[in-house]
Design a protein around this ligand. Structure first.
Ligand SMILES: Cc1cc2nc3c(=O)[nH]c(=O)nc-3n(C[C@H](O)[C@H](O)[C@H](O)COP(=O)(O)OP(=O)(O)OC[C@H]3O[C@@H](n4cnc5c(N)ncnc54)[C@H](O)[C@@H]3O)c2cc1C
Length: 496
């Protein structure tokens, strides 16, 4: 170990991959020590089954984007593959680390445990670890009293402006010299991938095009699987990985809101509130990763069918809108809200599988995987919170209503594309003569339905409505409402 080690600060970047409105960076820059930016590709997360290559590529693109800007300040992000404690141990050979600055993470149990280990590590090594609030999510809350006001206070505060100066950072060449002690991560990503590309600049391109024009049909198209792809903001991965802050987006939406666009932008802003609302719920009840929030539902036993699960995962259930949605998600990493909700409803209600069995398959596919939204939404979608309305989506009704001309299904289930539209929605209604006319054989060209939907819906509905009357479910409802309900719920839900 170098005995004349320079005292430095480290900004440990995680899901806050941006330079502006980044409080961790701001705090690091407030003293005389130079700052090193660090991103750790943690082996434990690289191997975690919730994650997928698409997430790591998005992060790499985000880091490349930051590095492009940091070049102007003669620095770059040290990107290493190891565990966090190992990375800091190695850094301590060269530097004395006075402070580590990062944002609080509302993550998987694995990151919660890592944070506990890291807290101990910092204590033992006299390192001051300062964590900032992430997008107005509050740590250590016991209930949601005043939560809404606090969210709004945070969102209306001035954006944090970081004044970057070369002399404040460990230089590019010093970082290059450091890299030889680490397993360095190659930041190249596949050129031809169809996923949204990571980076703040890209995030702002999506934001600006949404605010300029795309918002106009936001409410009209939000539930339509094909049109929502253009009319929704598509900001979710940029928000999930912190390329933009919710506060930046909120303030931009308020700036551009006028009499003409107040409806769509009001509805958009209300969804920005939901983002923190769900994450706050998970922050206060992290067991939601594995068990139902309402403990009354933990007695619900569902049969496991590998055959059903495989058919659903691959988009081969015989229900065109379900299959098109899953195949689209596999290919592109994005689906609008209603199709996500329909996929989980189909899995848990119609196929009668436990939501836990869908969790990793979906988290791997959603480019915007955000644990704090993912788990509460899975539980809400499967009807296991007790406090939310039970919604058993009918994929055929949704198909007819939201993909009336079957544009979306034709794209993702091309084997159905040449059929008349009514048969695209319901290929199983074809008679043998229809099949002959259309040169199509159900079971060969496209799968037969794997379940009989009417009886499956009835079974789910009967069991879940009955369970709503269960004493344990009712007792838990009270607990959940007390802990998680926002005192001004109507204000929270309103589109403004
Ligand atoms: C089973 C399931 C899992 C989901 N998992 C995720 C996830 O991992 N990450 C994620 O960001 N969203 C998740 N969602 C919520 C929602 O589907 C997406 O946020 C939305 O479709 C993203 O598209 P957009 O950015 O164009 O949204 P817009 O409609 O343009 O909304 C703007 C932003 O508001 C937030 N938002 C919108 N809808 C919701 C919502 N219902 N709940 C919480 N925040 C919302 C998102 O940050 C979004 O980017 C999930 C929904 C379901 C049903």
């Amino acid at each position: 170990m170098n005995i004349n080690r320079e005292e430095i600060h480290v900004v440990w970047l995680k899901r806050d991959l941006r330079l502006q409105d980044n409080e961790a960076i701001y705090n690091a820059l407030q003293s005389n020590e130079r700052t090193l930016f660090l991103y750790v590709f943690e082996n434990s997360l690289l191997e975690d089954p919730h994650y997928n290559e698409r997430h790591w590529n998005f992060i790499k693109e985000s880091i490349r984007d930051l590095n492009e800007d940091l070049k102007n300040y003669n620095t770059k992000i040290l990107c290493v593959q190891t565990e966090v404690v190992n990375a800091f141990n190695q850094l301590l050979d060269t530097y004395k680390i006075n402070g580590v600055f990062s944002h609080q993470e509302t993550g998987l149990l694995i990151t919660y445990n890592r944070d506990k280990d890291f807290t101990r590590y910092c204590r033992n090594n006299s390192i001051n670890w300062i964590e900032n609030k992430n997008n107005a999510v509050l740590r250590g809350l016991l209930n949601r009293e005043d939560w809404f006001d606090k969210w709004e206070d945070y969102m209306t505060q001035n954006l944090i402006k970081n004044e970057l100066k070369s002399e404040k950072f460990i230089s590019f060449n010093e970082i290059t010299a450091l890299e030889k002690y680490f397993q360095i991560v190659d930041l190249e990503t596949p050129k031809k991938a169809v996923f949204q590309k990571g980076g703040s600049k890209m995030g702002w391109r999506y934001a600006n095009s949404f605010f300029d024009k795309r918002h106009e049909k936001y409410m009209f198209n939000i539930s339509k699987p094909a049109l929502a792809r253009e009319s929704c903001s598509r900001l979710s991965p940029y928000i999930a990985w912190g390329n933009v802050s919710i506060r930046q987006i909120y303030q931009k939406a308020c700036d551009v809101k006028d009499a003409e666009n107040s409806k769509p932008l009001g509805a958009f802003v209300s969804r920005l509130r939901w983002q923190a609302h769900f994450i706050q719920k998970f922050e206060m009840e992290h067991t939601m990763e594995n068990v139902s929030l309402n403990k009354g539902y933990q007695k619900l036993k569902k049969s496991i069918s590998e055959e059903y699960q495989k058919a659903w995962e691959a988009g081969n259930t015989g229900f065109p809108l379900i299959d098109a949605s899953m195949r689209c998600l596999i290919e592109t990493g994005y689906l609008n809200f209603r199709m996500r909700a329909m996929l989980i409803s189909f899995f848990t209600h119609i196929l009668w599988q436990p939501w836990q069995a869908a969790s990793q398959h979906l988290s791997k596919l959603f480019l915007d995987f955000e644990p704090g939204i993912h788990f509460p939404q899975l539980q809400m979608g499967s009807g296991e919170t007790g406090i939310n309305t039970l919604r058993i989506y009918n994929p055929i009704k949704n198909s007819l209503e939201h993909d009336a001309d079957a544009t979306f299904i034709k794209k993702w289930c091309p084997e159905l594309a040449n059929l008349p539209v009514p048969f695209i929605h319901e290929p199983y209604i074809m008679t043998p003569l229809d099949e002959l006319f259309n040169d199509f054989k159900l079971g060969e060209n496209y799968p037969n339905t794997i379940v009989e939907i009417k009886s499956a819906r009835k079974r789910a509905s009967d069991i879940l409505w009955e369970l709503k009357k269960d004493k344990a479910v009712i007792a838990e409802n009270k607990r959940i409402l007390k802990k998680h309900t926002i005192s001004e719920r109507n204000r929270m839900l309103k589109n403004s």
